[in-house]
Design a protein around this ligand. Structure first.
Ligand SMILES: *[C@@H]1O[C@H](CO)[C@@H](O)[C@H](O)[C@H]1NC(C)=O
Ligand SMILES: *[C@@H]1O[C@H](CO)[C@@H](O)[C@H](O)[C@H]1NC(C)=O
Ligand SMILES: *[C@@H]1O[C@H](CO)[C@@H](O)[C@H](O)[C@H]1NC(C)=O
Ligand SMILES: *[C@@H]1O[C@H](CO)[C@@H](O)[C@H](O)[C@H]1NC(C)=O
Ligand SMILES: *[C@@H]1O[C@H](CO)[C@@H](O)[C@H](O)[C@H]1NC(C)=O
Length: 272
């Protein structure tokens, strides 16, 4: 599910601060008169230990809700309707490898997600539907293009995604991206397959982790159906747990600059 769609669908629940954070500046917006700021680059590789609150807080903004830290890692919990704890990396990567070791939340309509998203709304997703323990969905969008919804794929996982920790990895390069569940390869998306590259995610992106109720009855019908049905909040809490997150920026920039409005990776300048 496209992240912006989620936000719009849940607009009643979004605080103005959050709304501003997410639509900061779209470099491809032709009516935007000012220039968007450069994106702070990560430029390195690091394994974030999510049992350590400090590791998380230093490098991620909590963009909605509250987190708790348990023996297994960082807990993203929905205790009641309207909650959707979410974090976003403070840095951007320009292609890279991202491995999240996590346990998805149970609960019909509850969505646990890993989202890699840029300011022009290029997006790579892993999504877990709380009513379904056997499969995970991958999806992608380029420039926020949602004219077709045929890009998602479901992948089987050995063991229930809600009961055990698994390693969800995407290796994202300019020419293709590969998805892995644990050590098993599950999907390749080639640049050209994504509408000749136009819909291929290729701009500096942050890493976002969170949980939300796609099955909230205030959402549109399509979202509720996709999420597996209406959420019964009397069954809360619903909890997703992240043990660790490895992020390697394939770019080496201190900053990534959008030199034009094309949203083509060749237009992104890496500033050392
Ligand atoms: C484009 O920029 C204008 C002016 O800043 C803003 O009002 C509008 O919401 C932006 N549109 C998008 C899709 O970001
Ligand atoms: C993280 O939060 C700080 C403080 O609100 C803000 O300046 C910064 O732009 C945020 N980072 C991202 C990537 O949104
Ligand atoms: C989980 O999703 C997969 C893929 O869509 C589907 O084949 C399977 O039947 C689903 N399981 C449940 C319990 O809904
Ligand atoms: C996660 O999976 C990827 C791809 O199989 C692998 O390279 C990486 O070492 C794994 N990470 C951990 C912590 O197991
Ligand atoms: C959006 O994606 C569809 C499907 O790939 C494509 O036909 C269409 O031209 C794209 N729209 C834009 C504005 O690129």
């Amino acid at each position: 599910m496209q992240f912006l769609t989620i936000l719009l669908g849940a607009s009643a629940l979004i605080t103005p601060t959050l709304a501003q954070t997410w639509s900061a500046c779209n470099p491809t917006n032709l009516t935007e008169t000012r220039t968007c700021p450069n994106d702070p680059g990560f430029g390195i590789a690091h394994n974030f230990d999510f049992k350590e609150a400090g590791e998380v807080k230093n490098s991620f903004n909590i963009t909605n809700g509250m987190l708790t830290y348990g023996d297994d890692g960082t807990e993203f919990t929905i205790n009641k309707q309207g909650e959707s704890p979410t974090i976003q990396s403070k840095f951007y990567i320009m292609f890279g490898s991202i491995s999240v070791i996590m346990k998805a939340a149970p609960g019909v309509g509850i969505v646990s997600s890993i989202v890699i998203q840029s300011e022009c709304l290029d997006e790579i997703d892993w999504e877990f539907i709380g009513g379904n323990g056997t499969h995970v969905q991958t999806n992608y969008f380029g420039d926020g293009n949602t004219t077709t919804f045929d890009r998602d794929q479901w992948h089987p996982v050995d063991g229930d995604v809600r009961d055990g920790f698994h390693n969800y990895t995407v290796d994202w390069k300019a020419d293709k991206m590969d998805f892995f569940v644990d050590t098993k390869w599950v999907r390749t998306l080639n640049y050209g397959e994504a509408n000749g590259g136009k819909n291929y995610p290729q701009t500096p992106s942050t890493v976002r982790l969170g949980i939300w109720a796609g099955g909230d009855k205030s959402n549109n019908k399509g979202t509720i159906e996709w999420a597996g049905g209406e959420t019964d909040f009397s069954k809360a809490p619903f909890q997703m747990v992240v043990k660790s997150t490895y992020i390697k920026d394939y770019g080496t920039g201190k900053e990534y600059e959008w030199t034009d409005k094309s949203s083509d990776f060749k237009s992104i300048k890496s500033i050392p």
